[in-house]
Design a protein around this ligand. Structure first.
Ligand code: DC
Length: 219
């Protein structure tokens, strides 16, 4: 097994970069944000108290599975747009703040990754979920660049939103994600910190690919 972790803040381009790197390396890909979003989707549907035993049991018993092409399944169904709605986006950091939920999702992510050659992306993968990973990358970018990316993403999905609102959303998410008590967003001590400012997507992928291939020789 070979683990490559990619952590970083919202809108750093982590997901598309991770997916492309996994493809180039012939590795599987896991987006742990999707696990938190799936738990949030379950919570909204269940109408239970957030840290209630009933809800925690529901998350614990959810069956996550990664298919051959790295599609994430929950309870036999592929996860799609239902976990990417504005409604889920608004409350997911609240769900991700609950220590019991983090514990369950961390365990699920480890089980999915176990024994695989896999790129795992999130916020605490190099620090908490897979601290023994072979290569750790912390991807970052300025608030302005990240807001532009998220804004374009919303527009392409037909979501009407003002740019200033997106800047506020990014700043708020950063604050919540980096100041929470359990597993805050921060680079692992042995992570390569990479800022995407000023680079095209292709340049970022190509530079990181070379770095990873070089680093993997030492694992
Ligand atoms: O990457 P994303 O926006 O889909 O992540 C959704 C939320 O989940 C976001 O608030 C951060 C949180 N998250 C986390 O706390 N830890 C992870 N490993 C992955 C995501």
């Amino acid at each position: 097994m070979i683990y490559i972790t990619i952590d970083g803040p919202a809108g750093s381009g982590k997901s598309s970069v991770s997916r492309e790197l996994a493809k180039k390396l012939g590795f599987k890909h896991l987006d742990t944000g999707a696990l938190y979003r799936a738990a949030t989707f379950l919570w909204i549907k269940s109408r239970k108290e957030l840290a209630s035993q009933e809800f925690l049991k529901m998350v614990k018993s959810a069956n996550f599975y990664l298919s051959g092409d790295s599609t994430l399944y929950m309870n036999g169904k592929p996860l799609g747009e239902e976990i990417r709605t504005v409604k889920v986006g608004k409350v997911v950091s609240k769900v991700a703040e609950v220590p019991e939920i983090r514990e369950i999702i961390t365990q699920k992510a480890r089980e999915i990754a176990n024994g695989k050659r896999i790129v795992v992306e999130g916020r605490d993968i190099g620090t908490v979920v897979l601290p023994s990973a072979c290569v750790k990358i912390f991807l970052t970018a300025s608030v302005d660049e990240r807001a532009h990316r998220r804004y374009e993403d919303y527009k392409s999905r037909g979501v009407s939103v003002r740019f200033e609102e997106v800047v506020k959303e990014i700043e708020l998410r950063d604050k919540i994600d980096s100041t929470r008590e359990v597993a805050p967003l921060k680079p692992a001590k042995d992570a390569i910190i990479f800022s995407t400012d000023g680079f095209t997507f292709e340049e970022v992928v190509s530079k990181l690919y070379s770095l990873i291939v070089e680093k993997m020789k030492q694992c």
